[in-house]
Design a protein. Structure first.
Length: 262
């Protein structure tokens, strides 16, 4: 097992994240799901170039809750990471000019995230502990687990993981229990991830059976990987436009006839 401190130029990055990003803390899910989608798209690009010759298989990004353990997990089957890559991309944070950036960005959490590339670290806005369990797509790669409890100290150890890709496990903080509620996570996925280009599954679809809603075997895919604007207009019908409207405004009345194109 390897232990160390995250390389930051501040004494401790985490109070900064918690204090100055807290007002926009729900964006953590957008950042983590987007990272998972990026890792998956990188694998597809490697396969197209011939640099990855393995079976791609199911590339769905999966978001899952475990209320008993108090965890929220984002899983992908993308490129994954080696221990060296974790050290390079996770343990070494280019985070300088603290006073200047706080003055400039303190009222805009999105600007801080975007400007400093802290997408992964937004997880600590809602978590008391975060784990990364990952295995690189590279042949013979050893799976590793990185864990950090919100201090600069971290641990990395070798683990067993059958498949390539990455699981980000968030142990949700006591004051953020709303993110262990299914309806809240569904709301955020609909808000931030509805049109991402990789399928994103959150639980299973349900059906009414024996007087109650029960899970089916079918994944609940929350996004449209081929939204209307990516298609040739001449191939679209009125019903396509209406379906898109219903996706954007699910609780509204049907659109007027002038909404669609003829």
């Amino acid at each position: 097992m390897q232990k160390g401190n995250i390389g930051v130029t501040t004494e401790n990055i985490f109070p900064v994240i918690k204090k100055f990003l807290y007002s926009d803390h729900e964006i953590f899910l957008r950042e983590l799901v987007s990272n998972a989608v990026d890792a998956t798209q990188k694998l597809k690009t490697l396969a197209e170039r011939g640099d990855f010759k393995g079976e791609q298989g199911d590339l769905t990004v999966r978001v899952s809750l475990d209320a008993d353990k108090g965890t929220l997990t984002i899983s992908d089957r993308g490129v994954g990471m080696t221990a060296d890559e974790i050290d390079r991309y996770i343990n070494q944070i280019a985070f300088s000019g603290v006073t200047d950036f706080l003055d400039k960005y303190k009222d805009n959490a999105n600007a801080i995230i975007g400007h400093f590339g802290l997408g992964f670290y937004s997880a600590f806005m809602v978590s008391k502990k975060v784990e990364i369990i990952t295995r690189s797509y590279q042949e013979g790669a050893q799976a590793v687990k990185w864990s950090c409890d919100g201090s600069p100290a971290y641990e990395i150890e070798e683990v067993q993981k059958e498949d390539r890709g990455t699981d980000i496990v968030l142990y949700i903080d006591d004051d953020c229990k709303e993110f262990l509620e299914k309806t809240r996570i569904q709301q955020l996925l609909n808000k931030y991830c509805k049109f991402l280009p990789i399928p994103i599954a959150f639980g299973k679809k349900t059906e009414w059976k024996d007087g109650k809603q029960v899970d089916t075997e079918e994944d609940n895919i929350i996004n449209d990987v081929e939204p209307l604007w990516t298609k040739t207009p001449s191939t679209l019908k009125d019903e396509d436009y209406k379906a898109f409207y219903r996706t954007l405004y699910p609780m509204q009345d049907e659109p007027c006839s002038g909404f669609t194109s003829t």
